[in-house]
Design a protein around this ligand. Structure first.
Ligand code: MLT
Length: 263
């Protein structure tokens, strides 16, 4: 579906009714990252998955920065007539969730931080983003998908869940060159969210696959230690794309958190 917002057209999908829960995908995904969550909506929850700027059916944003994207997420909330929501994201979606909290805390009633980290890119990491920008211009999204896929899933998924691997591979190959290029810019220039952690006052669920090599469990443990009202769930046998690799376990953790904290 398409939403007309003050920032342009936003692709989205929603399921269920009740507490608004907005989920933001990682890089270079689209809203179909959350297909298994949309297929089994939690009781009393209105689950909304957005295509981030340039991905899926969404227009590109004017500025490739996570701060700008955070305002864009809030424009989507406005268009959906949602005052406050639980906001969550996986990896890049988690980085964006921090920006939404910093800029629009009054619109946030809870946070989900899945397979993500608070820190900014290292200098070496920034150089890799620039190299990837050149790579996508030269070789297209397929080259980026091929580079990302090994880290995108855990070793158990690689060995035992070929459908999940194919699903993620196809999703990444669908991303446009422009979306990948802009997202790499937003990722490269994002600020360090570590100082933000102590400012978080809403209930926060942190989820991480124990086989995640891109944002390892230690990153989640550090966020858990720094966010006062947080709980950490580690999913055995999942990697970076834990919501796709182990959807039932992911949904169970999400459901337990929502029922306990937003009864
Ligand atoms: C993601 O899944 O969003 C990316 O791995 C994030 C990143 O490259 O930092």
């Amino acid at each position: 579906m398409i939403l007309d917002t003050s920032r342009g057209r936003v692709g989205y999908e929603e399921a269920g009714s009740g507490l608004p829960l907005v989920l933001l995908h990682g890089f270079p995904h689209d809203r179909s990252l959350w297909a298994a969550q949309l297929a089994a909506p939690l009781a009393g929850v209105r689950l909304i998955a957005l295509d981030l700027p340039g991905f899926g059916e969404s227009d590109a944003a004017d500025v490739p920065s996570l701060d700008h994207w955070a305002d864009w997420v809030v424009a989507a909330l406005d268009a959906l007539r949602i005052d406050r929501a639980v906001i969550g994201g996986l990896s890049m979606g988690g980085y964006l969730t921090f920006a939404v909290w910093r800029r629009h805390a009054s619109r946030v009633q809870g946070l989900i931080l899945a397979d993500t980290r608070a820190g900014a890119d290292t200098l070496e990491g920034q150089d890799k983003r620039v190299a990837m920008q050149a790579q996508v211009l030269k070789a297209g999204p397929g080259a980026i998908a091929a580079a990302m896929l090994p880290g995108m899933v855990g070793k158990t998924t690689r060995a035992e869940r070929p459908r999940a691997v194919e699903y993620l591979d196809a999703m990444m190959r669908r991303a446009s060159v422009a979306a990948i290029h802009d997202a790499l810019e937003a990722l490269r220039t994002r600020p360090d969210s570590t100082p933000t952690l102590a400012t978080i006052t809403v209930p926060t669920l942190i989820i991480c696959g124990d086989e995640d090599v891109l944002t390892p469990v230690a990153e989640s443990e550090a966020m858990h230690a720094a966010i006062t009202d947080s709980q950490l769930a580690v999913l055995p046998g999942a990697g970076h794309a834990s919501c796709v690799e182990l959807p039932a376990a992911f949904n169970a953790v999400l459901s337990g958190f929502i029922q306990a904290r937003f009864p």
